[in-house]
Ligand binder design. Structure first.
Ligand SMILES: Cc1ncc(C[n+]2csc(CCOP(=O)(O)OP(=O)(O)O)c2C)c(N)n1
Ligand SMILES: [Mg+2]
Length: 343
């Protein structure tokens, strides 16, 4: 038997969800899931190189947080598990797939690949191959907003930054230094720990003295909340509260979302360390299934409407693959281009 951390069930009666919102959340999650299923297929066909880390199972967190932000205005920092965050931010699937194929048309001009997606336009501050590396970058983004707002008197500088990272990253020193500064200066930032119980093959419970990560906020005088990361409506609710707090100048929030990755650490990982009964426990909590059931049971949407969205998303993904396949490679004499800002 697996013993799992239990959270209070989110009371869906406490929120109002319009049909448009419900379908938007569903579409974003199904786009993330199917896009990455296609990534796995393309990786095993030899179309992608290096490590590719998929997010299957964790979609409710990306959608729940990012869709509670102002698109194209607020900032997002990711990790090496970054494709779905990038999709939720609105980076076109074509540009992400092309980046994964190493093509010139990719969002990082094919120079970054899976772990280094980036888009200035979408305020997507990047994927980061080093664990916890996005935390100081995100904290800096939040600092410049605070500085422009408070010191330079720019009333338009009310943007919020969301910073995603894993349970493993929360044991890294950058986490503690940045949380301290963010709380001290009341920075407009949301730290989102995606606690999927594992850091490659290291179980979270074996790696940390206090496995309930949200409790670490309290020593910085910061608000810390735990949330069911398999329930997009629950994540969306805590995200909205954290965004409102940040925009009101009341400082940061640490959100610990309990989740699970449905695949190995990367596509090169045979995933032999995690127990079968643990995997089964979490598979039953599939966040997409949970949202579909809710939308149908509450008569917000019909199965046919959800199927139609799924078909539309499949066409978008096939188009992204075709675009990536037909795009040019970067020119060999230009491989160092875009490394420095003048490019
Ligand atoms: C600074 C640093 N140390 C070690 C590694 C090797 N490494 C890559 S991923 C990973 C596990 C991180 O786990 P977690 O933060 O929980 O994120 P998850 O992969 O579960 O999303 C490690 C140790 C690295 N990339 N960077
Ligand atoms: Mg982890």
């Amino acid at each position: 038997m697996v013993s799992e951390r239990i959270l209070p069930t989110f009371d869906t009666m406490s929120i109002q969800l319009s049909k448009d919102e419900g379908l938007m959340l569903y579409e974003d999650m199904i786009l993330g899931r199917l896009f990455e299923d296609k990534c796995a297929e393309m990786y095993y066909r030899g179309k992608m190189f290096g490590f590719v880390h998929l997010y299957n199972g964790q979609e409710a967190i990306s959608t729940g947080i990012i869709k509670a932000l102002r698109s194209g205005e607020d900032y997002i920092a990711s990790t090496y598990r970054d494709h779905v965050h990038a999709l939720s931010c609105g980076i076109p699937p074509r540009e992400i797939m092309a980046e994964l194929f190493g093509k010139e048309t990719g969002c990082s001009k094919g120079r970054g690949g899976s772990m280094h997606l980036f888009s200035k336009k979408h305020r997507f501050l990047g994927g980061y191959a080093f664990v916890a590396e996005g935390i100081p970058v995100a904290t800096g983004a939040a600092f410049q907003n605070k500085y422009r707002h408070q010191v330079m008197g720019d009333d338009n500088a009310d943007q919020v930054t969301a910073c995603f990272f894993g349970d493993g990253a929360s044991n890294n020193g950058q986490f503690y230094e940045c949380l301290n500064m963010a709380a001290l200066w009341k920075l407009p930032i949301i730290y989102v720990v995606e606690n999927n119980k594992w850091a490659i093959g290291m179980s979270h419970d074996r790696a940390t003295s206090q496995p309930e990560i949200y409790k670490k906020a309290s020593v910085f005088n910061m608000v810390g909340v735990e949330v069911d990361g398999m329930d997009v409506l629950a994540v969306r609710q805590v995200a909205k509260e954290a965004v409102a707090r940040a925009r009101a100048g009341e400082g940061p929030t640490l959100i610990e979302a309990l989740t699970y990755r449905f695949r190995g650490h990367s596509l090169a990982d045979p995933d032999e360390l995690r127990k079968l009964d643990e995997k089964k426990f979490w598979e039953q909590k599939d966040p997409i299934q949970k949202l579909s059931n809710y939308l149908i049971n509450q008569n917000i949407a019909s199965q046919t409407e959800l199927d139609t969205i799924q078909e539309k998303v499949k066409i978008i993904i096939d188009d992204a693959v075709e675009f990536a396949e037909n795009s040019p490679d970067p020119k060999t004499n230009e491989l160092y281009r875009y490394v420095f800002t003048q490019d």
